[in-house]
Ligand binder design. Structure first.
Ligand SMILES: Cc1cc2nc3c(=O)[nH]c(=O)nc-3n(C[C@H](O)[C@H](O)[C@H](O)COP(=O)(O)OP(=O)(O)OC[C@H]3O[C@@H](n4cnc5c(N)ncnc54)[C@H](O)[C@@H]3O)c2cc1C
Length: 454
């Protein structure tokens, strides 16, 4: 590859992982170029709720929340059935909070802690988000920060090929411009931050067959390029069946309905008005459960109290504006609007007041029973993103199959194997942005020869 352009660090992908890696590299004083295939940087990050789990943060201390990296690591490992690399889980649990505080202090990102509901598997309140609780705001703030930090960001530049010597040392990448022109840039270190393969139907069918025909709700540009390039270089891959699904995407509106609707006391029923599962195990594994119901749909049923909690999410407000959320003062009128049998719906709602652990193993002792006004939204299950990928160490270095690092290739975010193991049920809420923030920060610092955190 003949390049006239050369940067010490090139990053492929301008989602949260790529932009945070770029900001960290700038913090350590390096020149960095980010190549992004889209016209503007959005990625799956902009589609997300933008919630990042972190332990031991100042926001937690201010709210009186007791937490630690050790406790967070234990939660990650428990949810993923002990499958992830414990050193990586611990590293991310230690890094994400410090990275969020750094983003707040250095670039004014206005994080706050969610304390009015929790997600399954988290033993402490540790979800941090920006005011709108929308990933689009996270992307806007990160993009502004990158501009302020003089990160070179080249959009409309789809990386098509890596150039490497026989030892796997990358010396540059080729990228395609919208007019079809091929250009190239040399580098000393390459960071892959181009997410996973959720947008690639063939790879999803091969690795996540249960969701092969499911709605893909992530960014279409996540085509598995990092996986394919890494494999060609002899990189190790792991947990390729691991993924984040979601069992509550409004259908047909196509809007994410926060799982707060469930964890704060709501339930799901099928088209016959009957409950079918313990909804509180996790939204990720619930995707396949919902898709197994008649017509592949369910109804998330909650009430006015829960709607007030969910309303902090921009997506929920959008769903209300789109008319996707039904509301009624009686169970009979809600059932009529949902077109499900009223007797079945009444029985299902009555279970929320049982004050016991129910037949599915759901604990109804901690939330109040549903009460008027009742709400319901028609939902389906969807694939959000893949969690398997290139194996990295705690320095974000991509490892070969023998465990040694490739000379100058790093990976962050969904391009790397995360900490969710091989099953949908291994996904602890926030594992996606945890890997984007934690590995992004690590990769940028390591690439620039900086210290990850003193
Ligand atoms: C609806 C939804 C809600 C979610 N909510 C949450 C949440 O609240 N908390 C959480 O932790 N996770 C959440 N996730 C997951 C989270 O969004 C991802 O894990 C995270 O955004 C991954 O960040 P990333 O930077 O690795 O990838 P992305 O944000 O997808 O960025 C990758 C970028 O790489 C670019 N790219 C790809 N290939 C190339 C190429 N060849 N050349 C150049 N550019 C390329 C893409 O265009 C994209 O801009 C959610 C996901 C979805 C879909």
């Amino acid at each position: 590859m003949q390049e006239e352009l050369h940067f010490p660090i090139v990053i492929v992908g301008a989602g949260a992982a790529g932009l945070i890696a770029a900001l960290a590299a700038r913090e350590a004083g390096a020149e960095v170029l980010v190549l992004e295939r889209d016209h503007t940087p959005r990625g799956s990050t902009s589609l997300s709720a933008g919630l990042v789990p972190a332990a031991g943060t100042r926001w937690q201390r201010a709210a009186g929340v007791q937490d630690s990296a050790e406790q967070f690591t234990a939660d990650i490992m428990a949810k993923a059935h002990g499958e992830p690399d414990p050193a990586l889980a611990r590293h991310l649990a230690e890094t994400s909070g410090r990275a969020l505080e750094w983003l707040a202090d250095r670039y004014g990102l206005d994080f706050s802690l969610i304390t009015d509901f929790n997600y399954p598997g988290h033993s402490a309140f540790r979800m941090h988000g920006l005011p709108s609780r929308a990933g689009s705001e996270l992307m806007d703030r990160l993009t502004e920060a990158a501009i302020r930090a003089s990160v070179e960001l080249l959009c409309d530049a789809q990386v098509t090929n890596l150039s490497a010597d026989t030892d796997g040392r990358i010396d540059g990448v080729a990228y395609r411009r919208p007019d079809g022109a091929e250009e190239s840039v040399g580098c000393d270190c390459l960071v892959l931050a181009c997410n996973g393969y959720g947008g690639n139907r063939e790879l999803v069918a091969a690795h996540v067959p249960a969701l092969a025909d499911a709605l893909y709700f992530g960014h279409p540009g996540n085509q598995g390029d990092a996986l394919v390039w890494g494999q060609a270089l002899g990189a190790a891959t792991r947990h390729l069946s691991g993924h984040q699904g979601h069992g509550s995407v409004a259908h047909p509106a196509g809007i994410l309905i926060s799982w707060a609707t469930i964890t704060a006391g709501g339930i799901q029923v099928n088209v016959d008005g009957e409950r079918f599962s313990n909804e509180c195990l996790g939204y990720s594994e619930q995707a396949a459960v919902v898709l197994r119901q008649k017509q592949g749909i369910a109804w998330t049923v909650f009430d006015g109290r829960i709607a007030a909690i969910a309303r902090q999410f921009e997506d929920f407000r959008l769903a209300e504006g789109a008319g996707a959320i039904l509301q009624a003062d009686t169970i009979e009128s809600l059932a009529a609007a949902m077109r499900v049998p009223a007797d079945a719906l009444r029985a299902a709602i009555a279970e929320t007041g049982s004050g016991t652990t129910d037949r599915f193993g759901r604990d109804f002792t901690t939330s109040p029973p549903l009460a008027p006004p009742y709400c319901a939204v028609r939902v389906t299950g969807a694939l959000f993103h893949t969690q398997g990928g290139l194996v990295v160490d705690t320095r974000a270095r991509v490892l070969r199959q023998d465990g040694t690092p490739l000379p100058n290739l790093l990976a962050a975010g969904g391009a790397a194997c995360g900490v969710s193991g091989s099953e949908a049920s291994g996904y602890l809420s926030g594992n996606g942005l945890l890997a984007a923030v934690g590995l992004g920060y690590t990769a940028g610092m390591v690439a620039a020869g900086g210290v990850v955190f003193p």
